[in-house]
Design a protein around this ligand. Structure first.
Ligand code: GDP
Ligand code: MG
Length: 593
């Protein structure tokens, strides 16, 4: 295809503002998916995406428009955990539709995505979506949007992804305003990898955006970062299913298949060239996503360990951001310390492990990575609180984030109180409109990974939105709090906490464990300690009576039901020493409010 007829764009928005639904209408209007096969959020292909109604993986689709243009649309995930997916999608585009729910207005991820698109120099088309909603206020939010990106409120398109209203005009606007891709057709081939996924049947499928030159089928391709070469088994475009094509030229978006089995062989951000005539300079790539949050994953049944290891290996094929290494816990046995981009990522990985590999897992309270320097000059990264060193510590550094909260005026006080309670420093405050305020905080990542978002939502009746990005690390006064059951430290319960909060933390954990751990045949003392100093204690009293004693022998069904219910209750129990501890206890640790 002649590059002047190609338009590459993505749709960016706050979560739930309707990206996937708008993408559906585009697929229909351009005839790529016919009425019969259409289903809601067509591009959310994973089961877990469909159930949760969220997009996790980006998707690229090629759509013909008005017989002369080719539109490549890239649908992106909205959740903050997956913003690295958004940034790689932006690399492949010249333009972005900035979608805003006309009943909600600008939200935190609207801003974050807009800034990202501006950094990539993309043409930005402002669009108000969901104008069919009775609560829509397109005039008001057009003002807000225009104020944000500059320009005239009248230039904001008004569409409904649900009814299809305005979508034809939107497609025409894309042709008009998104620049055609520019590249050198005669130069050696260079293609940027913006995604790669593992498919059990086909191996790794690599998604590329051609920048210069051309790649033909049956060529040998070369990955520029490693110089590894692979034979091309198939290449083509996605429309909406993978369709083999006779090659990809300047500006085109498509896929390559080599039969390679591991996505790490086909790294996102790498440049693909051809071995017969390789390019000399790779395209500017970008960094691998780094895990921000760690948690221990242990099989409930120790004999499932090999299954868990294979399952993690398999998921890793498809998820470059997932990190894991074996670890042993005296309380939980053999398991893995796993690194994630955030809590949603953790939840999704865990759910997939349980569902797709039929595993029952215990996950420990999530924590961030601490960098500890010792007085003797050595330095270590602590990804597991139980490994926090006991010797002479010089400094402990913890990761910080820049958090942006958008909130209606009325809740500014509540938001500030929350952020201050989490050791936040206010960096700035702006009024986006007379009623809506943007607050910028510097916050320790550890303070927001667990229940910050829930707290924010409940304190603002659901009206505030949050986005954050990692910034740097700062020295901090942190200590390790251990929890002891019957006098034995349970490594899986150890946590790293700010000194000023350690006492309150120890107390609340001890209380929480007392209420979560069922009574046993014997008394169980619970203690919280910093080093050798006990800072809080609680006791779980012993049970006296056998549960069956109540049933005075006669009623068999009642007895069976009782036993069954007991078994049910035991499902997620783990023996720690002689004590039975429920799964909730392992993650209850961080929700201290
Ligand atoms: P995404 O997270 O940005 O991909 O948003 P989705 O496309 O998954 O949509 C989020 C929710 O908004 C879903 O329940 C959609 O049915 C609904 N929705 C999306 N677009 C529209 C629209 O134009 N009008 C109305 N009334 N609802 C919409
Ligand atoms: Mg979506």
């Amino acid at each position: 295809t002649d590059p002047s007829r190609i338009r590459n764009f993505c749709i960016i928005a706050h979560i739930d503002h309707g990206k996937s639904t708008l993408a559906d209408r585009m697929l229909q209007l351009t005839g790529v998916v016919d009425q019969r096969r259409m289903r809601d959020q067509y591009l959310d292909r994973m089961d877990i995406e469909r159930e949760r109604g969220i997009t996790i993986k980006s998707q690229a689709v090629r759509m013909p428009w008005r017989d002369e243009f080719v539109l490549n649309m890239i649908d992106t995930p909205g959740h903050v955990d997956f913003s690295y997916e958004v940034s790689r999608s932006l690399e492949a585009c010249e333009g972005a539709l900035l979608l805003v729910d006309a009943a909600q207005g600008v939200e935190a991820q609207t801003l974050a995505n807009l800034y990202m698109a501006m950094e990539h120099d993309l043409a930005i088309i402002p669009v108000l979506n969901k104008i069919d909603l009775p609560a829509a206020q397109p005039e008001k939010y057009a003002e807000e949007l225009a104020h944000l990106i500059g320009g005239d409120p009248a230039d904001c398109l008004r569409v409904s992804g649900k009814t299809g209203d305005g979508v034809t005009e939107l497609l025409d606007r894309i042709v008009e305003q998104v620049p055609a891709p520019v590249g050198d057709p005669d130069a050696p081939a260079r293609a940027m990898i913006f995604d790669s996924v593992y498919d059990v049947y086909r191996g790794v499928v690599t998604f590329v955006r051609m920048v210069d030159g051309r790649i033909e089928p049956r060529e040998r391709i070369r990955m520029m970062s490693t110089a590894a070469t692979h034979e091309l088994l198939e290449m083509g475009v996605i429309s909406p299913e993978p369709t083999p094509s006779g090659g990809l030229g300047v500006g085109e978006v498509g896929y390559l298949m080599t039969g390679v089995k591991d996505v790490r062989q086909s790294r996102v951000g790498d440049t693909v060239t051809i071995s017969s005539r390789p390019a000399s300079e790779p395209l500017g790539g970008y960094q691998d996503p780094q895990p921000m949050v760690y948690s221990g994953l242990y099989p409930l049944d120790g004999s499932d360990y090999p299954v868990l290891r294979d399952a993690l290996d398999r998921l890793k094929l498809n998820d470059a951001a997932l990190a894991f290494e074996p670890e042993t816990s005296t309380a939980l046995g053999f398991g893995f310390r796993c690194g994630f981009l955030g809590l949603l990522h953790l939840e999704i990985v865990r759910e997939r492990l349980e569902r797709e590999f039929n595993l029952d897992l215990i996950s420990t309270a999530p924590n961030v990575v601490y960098r500890v320097t010792m007085e003797d000059g050595t330095e270590l990264a602590v990804t597991n609180p139980s490994e926090f060193p006991a010797g002479k510590i010089a400094t402990v550094y913890e990761p910080m984030v820049k958090a942006t909260v958008l909130t209606p005026n009325d809740y500014v006080g509540a938001v500030m109180e929350l952020c201050q309670g989490r050791r936040g420093q206010l960096q700035g405050m702006d009024y986006l409109s007379p009623e809506r305020v943007e607050l910028r905080y510097s916050l320790p990542l550890a303070e927001i990974i667990y229940d910050f978002f829930d707290q924010l939502k409940s304190r603002t009746k659901g009206y505030a939105s949050l986005d954050y990005e990692a910034t740097d690390e700062l020295p901090s006064d942190l200590v390790k709090v251990d929890i002891l059951l019957q006098g034995e430290t349970v490594d899986a319960f150890s946590a790293i906490v700010h000194k000023d909060k350690a006492y309150r933390y120890g107390l609340s954990i001890a209380e929480k464990l007392r209420s979560l751990i069922p009574r046993q045949q014997f008394e169980v003392p619970i203690q919280a300690a910093i080093g050798n100093r006990v800072i809080a204690r609680e006791t779980i009293r012993a049970i006296r009576k056998d549960v069956l004693a109540k049933c005075y022998g006669g009623d068999v069904t009642r007895k069976r039901k009782l036993l069954e219910r007991q078994k049910e209750g035991k499902k997620r129990m783990k023996m720690v020493g002689r004590v039975e501890v429920p799964q909730e206890a392992f993650i209850a640790a961080l929700s201290t409010d």
